[in-house]
Design a protein around this ligand. Structure first.
Ligand code: SF4
Length: 371
């Protein structure tokens, strides 16, 4: 029986696929709002989710804002029937700028939403067009002010860095413009090239070239300095928040806490087993509408898996990782290189330079722990 304090709902609908995106999405000109909300209600029943209190609800995607004001309210009503937000709960919705209208923003607030993650990515129209984003830079600025007017003051802005140099994007200008909007939180994602995406195909054909590693490092370090100088704390490899504005839902993932995932392709974790739902919208919908659990797969995490995950999660947040004296010796060259710090009580934390080498540091420590 699921009694997790954190609930993720995957809303898969998008207007079109962004050039870099390999998420499980359903491209729809008209969103089947009622059918989707009914599907989530059916999933809660099919999985026998008992009524319980929750601390965070996160509507992610895809593009949850495409449900509109009434659709988000209907979805949250359904989720609340089994997962009742406690007083002060964080309720986040991912929003694309082109979807923000005064009416919908007010309806989201009335439905209990108190945090928005706004997919801005860049303030250059040419870069946004290359990414196949639907909005332009002006839409992002306008969305921010409409959200504020509606009473949504806790807004996180997403930016993508390390785009191909042929796009001649001015990264410093994008970072400055994001800061000028005064969001409470900023997430930075380095562009990754996934096969099967338009970007993957362009790269295979040689019409697009990945940004060199030096650009990745330079842009990340520039943003890191600008954001921390402006008072944002870097608390996770990709995330910066003003004091008290760290994302509570995502922080639960990084602490390895159990959570419930609903909707197509959503993952969940009960502390022992990781499970995921059928990925295609049509498959998920057919299963839940016939009263079946839409599970697509599951794995019990072995002790070795859990250890590896604990290392990776510890290194990616400022919480850090407790290490032994022997591991301290292993980490000494990293300290000398300025990639990590180790506190007197043996907690290893990555610096900004270390976060750029996160995967290799985590792999070395994991291999050391399980020879
Ligand atoms: S809006 Fe988000 S989920 Fe949808 S295609 Fe673009 S990146 Fe992917």
């Amino acid at each position: 029986m699921n009694r997790n304090r954190h609930v993720y709902v995957h809303v898969p609908f998008c207007t079109r696929r962004c050039s870099y995106c390999d998420f499980a999405i359903a491209v729809r000109r008209r969103v089947p709002v009622r059918e989707f909300v009914r599907g989530v209600a059916n999933e809660l029943v099919a999985r026998a989710v008992a009524s319980h209190a929750v601390d965070t609800i996160y509507l992610g995607g895809g593009t949850p804002s495409r449900l509109g004001g009434d659709g988000v309210a209907a979805l949250l009503d359904v989720v609340r029937q089994r997962c009742e937000p406690q007083s002060g709960a964080e309720i986040t919705i991912e929003v694309n700028p082109e979807d923000v209208s005064r009416e919908d923003a007010r309806a989201w607030v009335a439905a209990g939403v108190n945090r928005v993650s706004l997919g801005v990515q860049s303030f250059h129209d040419s870069v946004l067009a290359w990414m196949h984003r639907v909005h332009d830079a002006h839409a992002a600025v306008r969305a921010m002010s409409v959200l504020r007017e509606a009473g949504l003051h806790d807004v996180s802005v997403d930016l993508i860095f390390a785009v191909p140099s042929s796009l001649e994007r001015d990264w410093e200008r994008d970072v400055a413009q994001a800061l000028s909007l005064e969001p409470t939180h900023i997430s930075l994602y380095g562009l990754t090239i996934e096969s099967g995406t338009p970007l993957g195909r362009w790269t295979e054909r040689g019409t697009v070239h990945e940004a060199p590693e030096e650009s990745y490092e330079r842009e990340f370090l520039h943003a890191h300095r600008a954001l921390t100088d402006a008072g944002y704390a870097h608390y996770e490899v990709s995330n910066y928040g003003l004091p008290g504005r760290q994302a509570r839902h995502n922080s639960a993932y990084w602490r390895g806490v159990p959570y419930l995932g609903l909707g197509p392709s959503a993952h969940g974790y009960d502390g022992r087993e990781r499970r995921w739902n059928a990925s295609a919208y049509a498959d998920w919908q057919r299963l839940v509408d016939t009263g079946r659990d839409p599970v697509g797969g599951a794995e019990i995490l072995s002790l070795a898996n859990r250890d590896a995950e604990a290392v990776y999660l510890g290194l990616r947040t400022t919480g850090g990782l407790e290490i032994t004296d022997a591991e301290r010796a292993l980490a000494r060259p990293w300290e000398d290189a300025g990639w990590v710090t180790v506190s007197p009580d043996g907690v290893l934390q990555c610096t900004a330079f270390g976060w750029l080498r996160l995967d290799s540091l985590a792999a070395t420590l994991t291999a050391y722990r399980s020879p």
